[in-house]
Ligand binder design. Sequence first.
Ligand code: FMN
Length: 384
Amino acid sequence: MGGETIPKTQAFAPNRAAILLPPFSAAPARHHAMQIGHIPLPNGLFAAPMAGVTDRPFRQLCKRLGAGYAVSEMVTSRKDLWKSLKTSRRANHDGEVAPIAVQIAGTDAQMMGEAAAYNIDRGAQIIDINMGCPAKKVCNKWAGSALMQDEPLALAIIEAVVAACAPRRVPVTLKMRTGWCEAERNAVRIARAAEGAGIAMVAVHGRTREQGYKGVAEYDTVSAVKAALSIPVVANGDIDTPEKARDVLALTGADAIMIGRAAQGRPWIFREIRHFLETGQHLPAPEVVQAKSWLLEHLHDHYGLYGWDDDGAGVRSARKHIGWAVRALPGGEAFRARMNLLESCEMQVRAVTDWFDELADKHRRLPRSAVPEAQDTEQEEAFA
Ligand SMILES: Cc1cc2nc3c(=O)[nH]c(=O)nc-3n(C[C@H](O)[C@H](O)[C@H](O)COP(=O)(O)O)c2cc1C
């Protein structure tokens, strides 16, 4: 512990939470090891569930680079979709590092209980309920979310899922927003009821459902949830630097933090944060050859899951990961445009290798500017 003095200014956009932050002159905060139910985790740095992003290869990479926990993309509770290629890929946990956590989404209590059991049979060791999802296409019912708006239904779902999981000794967690809308921030009420019903951990994204991804996340509601519960609480929303991680932990008293968009193309953010929380010092940026090898490893794993076929799912879905990895690097945008035209996995691998080799001729480490300027909100209408 120890090291450099921590600046008193806050590193993130001014908002209500930032104004309330105490000055940091003391030693850096330590993050604590924690448990979900009876399952221990190596640390409190979590990769947030992101549909279309946090598939098994990406989760593996995040865990290898410092995340203590990573939740799957959401799996629908609709049985008729379980056999679809998309859902069976999401329920594939071959070789995944424990604990395997699967998020389920739906609006019918019985179906959600059955979905929990189905995923446990396929390897899930923790079940996470997406409270706020339903993308219309997934649940076929409500246009956009609403579980937080219907507290009795929310509780019925929680009870059904806990009832399905408890006999199998599988903890159930809940991911939610601060509320449905500005006037109805009911996170504390729902979280209390959830704890009473046997939920083992709650993650709170500091925005209302109505906000989508607009504005900035507030952490006062996360603090209030933390103060109201005895189970672990996880703070989520807009955490994108080690300083911000430290500040959000200090402000909210949360047991862990969850990072989504800032890990896109930059999965080593977890070890950067871990190092900073432990020492108060910044890790140097990764070496270019190291970043190249992580990306290539990710791509091989990705093609292994989605297929190596020309113009197939593998080559198409890898594009976004490559794009995120290069977007803030010098010449990254031009490379992304060229790379998007390549139609085979082999061509992608060759292009990525050559591009990073050229970058390595000019820079030993990723240039400091390699911090994504824009966070991806393309699915903002669909998700909690
Ligand atoms: C592309 C994308 C997909 C997402 N998919 C899910 C999902 O399947 N389940 C969920 O609970 N949240 C989902 N989210 C929300 C994130 O888990 C997280 O709460 C949100 O991005 C805020 O965290 P961040 O600011 O660190 O990104 C998604 C977010 C994004 C950007």
